[in-house]
Design a protein around this ligand. Sequence first.
Ligand code: GLP
Length: 240
Amino acid sequence: MEIIILPDPNAVARTAADIIQARLEKGRTVLGLATGSTPLGTYEELIRRHCDAGLSFADAEAFTLDEYLGLPPDHPESYRSVIRREFTDNVDLRDTAVHSIDGQAKDPEAEATRFDTAIQAAGGVDIQILGIGTDGHIGFNEPMSSLASRTRIKTLTKQTRLDNARFFPSLDDVPYHVLTQGLGTIREARHLLLIGLGQAKARAVAAAAEGPVTAACPASALQLHPHATVLIDTPAASQL
Ligand code: GLP
């Protein structure tokens, strides 16, 4: 695991964008896109490079990491909507090349299998962008998720619902269940790029990078990956 500590979120965003740009310039690229506030600076930087410097995503495909169960796809907080609004609608990624999980699928288990199969059919993910939850979750793989898990239904912990309540009118509006790529699914990406910003993530980052590999800290699964990069700012590095 490569750990890169940078002075501030802007430097982290630029470095993440450099890594993604270098991959895009090699040719067809399958991106794995995370939601949450952490990657927003990286998406802004990529949009800026698209608008100002012609960085093209025309040959790219993208897969989202997870989705709230029960939210309509056009709900403003569905991850399908968020990733389009914050990133893919602002670059030249074709709409049909952005794959998300249907949180309203009649058969969520079949939807989970369909999504895993679609990732494989696309040739797998080249770069998977990841944030990290305060409890060490990645995607919505909460603590005690199997390190071999596939895309499936999960129940959110109270902490994650509290953390994500800021995006909803009230805590009661935060869904209890989600569909998420599993840790086994995520680990099949060829390059994992985990971004951590701020003091609130310091404990989770330290557990992921320096603690034991354990389902108690899902992000510790990155230690098993041959090409994992952890990009953090100084406050997020404070417990290393
Ligand atoms: C959610 C998402 C994760 C994200 C996490 C952290 O739980 N499912 O993919 O990493 O939030 O969010 P933030 O970056 O806003 O701290």
